[in-house]
Design a protein around this ligand. Structure first.
Ligand code: IPE
Ligand code: IPE
Ligand code: MG
Length: 250
């Protein structure tokens, strides 16, 4: 049986993170209102999990709402939250059927009650699934995650008998264990659609060695074939993690 904890096939990224950008511009190009773009984008988000699963990807994280997205017009924020509250329960049976474990990355406490409850329900009802992890990044910001990690680290240091020594010996691995992502797989491939070549506060810690892939397509136009092309591009890369090519090819 396949499991999100099992080893991934060679050349297949274990964890793919996606900045699903371009919904608004897609809508504009079709003469539609932005919400129509978000609706179409949500439908592609639902499908991309299945496509990822078919490719053998074990973890997929989707950037659905950033900490900065609260600054959008109130009506758009409300519409996005409404879409989440509506889409999640609708998608739940399919997630259960396909063995998807739904998880969340970000602080969901400020979300409207309906959206928050839908998220909590999806997490609770899929927590024993193991075919693929779907990590929805909601009210997520990489900087906010790192600040929360620092706060956690300070608390941990205070609990140590020799906190000065513990601080001096703090490693990136120990610090990562203080982050929201502590029990999530590191990101291997970070895809951004919509033509912008930036990270926009996504997965900052794991961006250190994630492979970056930028697509000019608007998210609602992204297809199964486009995911396959991104994964093929990833497979052709050499991940050296600071070493020489000769060292990693051995
Ligand atoms: C991404 O699409 C969806 C969210 C940020 C919620 P955008 O809404 O940013 O689309 P563009 O960038 O305006 O085209
Ligand atoms: C990033 O897209 C956030 C999500 C896709 C949820 P944005 O459209 O918010 O990013 P910027 O503002 O162009 O950097
Ligand atoms: Mg955008």
């Amino acid at each position: 049986m396949s499991s999100s904890k099992q080893a991934t096939k060679p050349g297949i990224p274990n964890h793919v993170g996606i900045v699903m950008d371009g919904n608004g511009r897609w809508a504009k190009s079709q003469g539609k209102v932005r919400l129509e773009g978000h609706k179409k984008g949500a439908d592609v988000a639902r499908q991309v999990v299945r496509w990822a699963q078919k490719l053998g990807i074990r973890h997929i994280s989707l950037y659905a709402f950033s900490t900065e997205n609260w600054d959008r017009p109130k009506l758009e924020v409300r519409a996005l939250m409404g879409l989440l509250a509506m889409m999640l329960p609708k998608t739940l049976p399919e997630m259960k059927e396909n063995g998807v474990r739904f998880r969340v990355l970000g602080d969901i406490s400020p979300l409207p009650a309906k959206a928050r409850k839908a998220v909590e329900q999806a997490c609770a009802e899929t927590c024993d699934n193991s075919a693929i992890d779907l990590i929805l990044c909601l009210n997520y910001g990489g900087q906010q995650e790192i600040v929360a990690g620092v706060q956690q680290t300070v608390k941990w240091l205070e609990s140590q008998s020799d906190s000065e020594k513990a601080l001096a010996e703090l490693t990136p691995e120990t610090f990562r264990s203080m982050l929201w992502r502590h029990d999530m797989a590191p990101v291997d491939l970070l895809i951004r659609t919509g033509g912008e070549c930036r990270i926009s506060n996504f997965h900052l810690w794991d961006a250190a060695y994630a492979e970056l892939y930028f697509s000019d397509l608007f998210w609602p136009d992204f297809t199964e074939n486009d995911l396959q092309i991104a994964v093929e591009d990833y497979a052709a890369r050499e991940r050296r993690f600071g070493k020489t090519s000769e060292q990693v090819c051995r």
